[in-house]
Design a binder for this molecule. Sequence first.
Ligand code: ADP
Length: 382
Amino acid sequence: MAEISESAVRSVLEAVIDPVSAKSVVASGMVSGIATRAGHVAVTLEVDPARGPSLEPLRLACEQAVRAIPGVLSATAVMTAERSAPPPPPMPSARPARGGHAHGPAQAAPGGGRIEVSGVKHIIAIASGKGGVGKSTTAVNLALGLAANGVATGLLDADIYGPSMPRMLAVKEKPESVDGKQLKPIERYGLRTMSIGYIVNEETPMIWRGPMVSSALEQMLRDVQWGELDVLVVDMPPGTGDAQLTLAQRVALSGAVIISTPQDIALVDARKGLNMFRKVAVPVLGIVENMSYFLCPKCGERSEIFGHGGAHEEADKLGVPFLGEIPLHLDIRTTSDSGHPIVVAQPDSSHARAYRNIAGRVWKQLTANQRGPRPAPRIVTR
Ligand code: ADP
């Protein structure tokens, strides 16, 4: 299916008239950003905050107009009171974006100016509301599960506060530069991978401020020869702070997967993650419950230490897909720690199967978005 073009969106918005100015939202300069990804469209409207809630019908009219474009799966119009968020200052070592990128950092604008990687069909974020829930372990095994299902997959460790790929994939070598400009990703178990931990020493404490996080990630997206990939899995830094929000906003994500444990407290954090992606109109592909129940490695007995199933219930409540559950099992930890994640170390195990199934569900969702024209739009009269 052809991607929805920005000009198609703009042209339907030309018919949406702001009753106050009697001009279209385009002509009055309200449309400050348009982003389209796999049939999902986000429009940013810059508005006078004094008009407040009276603008809601106009916002809805914009969404309806966009939704009526054949092939559009979802439309979100967001009102902002600022024309554009200032682009983050580059890191001291940051090189300017290469020529030919119409979406370089200099053009950053809400809803527009997103970082895309040519040749990569889908970029997905693996996120968690807090650290220690198994986000990185899930990201690696999910990426390997995608690869096992025949999907060309890359893995970017964007968790620059605590990069874990060097350990989980037993990478000791440094990435090579091909032309003095771009780095070659390091291939492991059929994945093309990159991590800040490959470049800087894992033991070196790194102190990053928000803008630097996004700039470092930008370089790892742009300045790595990812080549042709169906999916690039991005292991996000844990949490839902400004740095994470900026990443979610700046990278052209096809969707996000939220990792949570079943405890109430983790679910509260997961909800924050979900809201963060919703705020920036990134589709949430679903929630994974990690450490769902304890499986005794000796006797195989199952204990529901944290009250299993919380994430499933939460997903249902929030109206997002539940992608699957992974038990707390010693083999999952030891295989990760030894650099041979379970999906490759024990491909016939039930755990490996669980990760492959989750990967299958993620892939299905990514491709479902592209399958055929959506049903005829409803005609709304009011
Ligand atoms: P995060 O990225 O959320 O901080 P990690 O993926 O680094 O979390 O996981 C934290 C620790 O928990 C690691 O030692 C990892 O091996 C372990 N771990 C993660 N998921 C599981 C699991 N399902 N079973 C057993 N250990 C796990």
